[in-house]
Design a protein around this ligand. Structure first.
Ligand code: ZN
Length: 401
């Protein structure tokens, strides 16, 4: 089907990138790397491919600034996308079909091949217009964000190669806003902590009721679940009162295991919780509280982490951060507002913040439904084009600080 955007090169390049099926599991990134090398050639910019982990390439396209000794700007996006249930899609998820009403359908239109292309297209426009930026701009494309990013930005941000880029400020991803003139930005993230609590008790006949202190695994498990559920209810109340879900600690009971037979008191019962600690919560106190609860529950109650992510300090958004100040102004000048929130999940920005570098999640997608990881992920062409405008102004502003 032909559309009025067939001659729009920016839209066509975006579609070309979307058609590369860099989808989990077991991704072959070669198609993305070749595509990005071609973009670099067209832009006449140097490109480096780092393979810190085998088959997990990190692609960096660099546009040198006038003052190359100044800390640089990093524009990061991930190349991978999450799997699809093709039978639930109106158009093929790697077809990048543009519907009659102007929506591009493809996995990655929102999360986050669109931002990767905006970074490239904004630089292409600036370069074509003869602009020279003060700071060097690195456009990075990383693998594996959707499976935790350990072998992607995790490995890259901790490397010598990354240090050499001398990054002073980074942009990464956020989520679309449903409002027509609002853009959501992430300045911090919650911390993932997943724990298993094991309660050991005296085995025995299912009919026993012993006098004295707590002895059964069931009683101890009951105590632990009660404590976590009471805390969960407290946090949920904040949500019911209108809090943003990035600002509360989420606690979910996800697994219960143990026991051998219905008439035998179990030697062991365990319960697992998926916890995401609010960015401003005292993480150490949170751990101490769990230790205290285990002690109170009785003898033989222990806990271990399945995932214990370190607390990463949020990027503080105020006038002291000049990059933020100019970015906020550039967006306002275009008639939009930035809405800063804490990311309820996790993005690669945390690895950058961990290096002490301010990083902001910035997906300039407005007036769009939230379709990350959803069937029929799509983006309107007009939103994409306007988002390139916004990205261009923001890059120009932050790279001239
Ligand atoms: Zn993403």
């Amino acid at each position: 089907m032909s559309t009025k955007w067939d001659k729009d090169e920016e839209v066509q390049r975006f579609r070309e990138y979307l058609k590369i099926p860099s989808v989990h599991p077991d991704i072959d990134y070669d198609g993305c790397v070749e595509f990005l090398k071609k973009q670099a050639r067209e832009l006449d910019l140097p490109v480096a491919v780092y393979e810190l982990v085998a088959r997990k390439p990190v692609v960096v396209i660099t546009w040198e600034g006038v003052h190359k000794q100044l800390p640089s700007i990093l524009l990061n996006s991930h190349m991978d996308v999450v799997p699809v249930y093709e039978e639930h899609w109106t158009h093929p998820p790697f077809g990048a079909v543009i519907s009659e009403d102007g929506f591009i359908y493809a996995r990655g239109t929102q999360d986050m091949k669109s931002m990767g292309m905006m970074h490239l297209e904004a630089v292409r426009r600036l370069k074509t217009a003869g602009v020279r930026l003060q700071r060097t701009v690195h456009i990075s494309f990383v693998p594996d964000e959707e499976i935790g990013g350990v072998d992607g930005m995790g490995a890259f941000a901790a490397s010598e190669e990354f240090k050499k880029l001398n990054v002073g400020f980074a942009l990464d991803e956020s989520v679309p806003s449903p409002k027509p003139k609002e853009i959501i930005v992430f300045y911090g993230e919650k911390t993932s902590r997943q724990i298993v609590i094991t309660c050991r008790g005296e085995p025995g006949h299912g009919s026993l009721v012993a006098a004295g202190p707590v002895r059964t695994a069931g009683e101890k498990l009951h105590y632990i679940i009660d404590k976590f559920m009471a805390l969960r209810a407290q946090e949920k109340k904040k949500i019911d009162q209108g809090a943003w879900f990035g600002d509360v600690t989420s606690i979910n009971l996800t697994q219960v295991e143990g026991g051998v037979q219905i008439n035998v008191l179990p030697e062991r019962l365990s319960v697992s919780f998926d916890i995401r600690i609010a960015a401003d919560a005292d993480h150490e106190e949170f751990e101490n509280m769990i230790i205290r609860w285990c002690k109170e529950a009785g003898d033989g109650v222990t806990f271990e982490y399945v995932v214990k992510n370190p607390q990463v300090k949020s990027t503080i958004l105020n006038d002291k951060l000049a990059f933020w100040k100019v970015m906020d102004k550039a967006v306002k000048d275009m008639g939009f507002i930035l809405k800063p929130v804490v990311c309820p999940g996790a993005t690669d920005a945390r690895y950058v913040r961990q290096q002490g570098i301010p990083a902001i999640g910035f997906s300039p997608l407005f007036d769009s439904p939230l379709l990350l990881h959803a069937h029929d992920e799509s983006l309107h062409v007009d939103v994409f084009k306007k988002a390139v405008d916004l990205m261009e102004k923001v890059i120009e502003a932050v790279a001239n600080v």
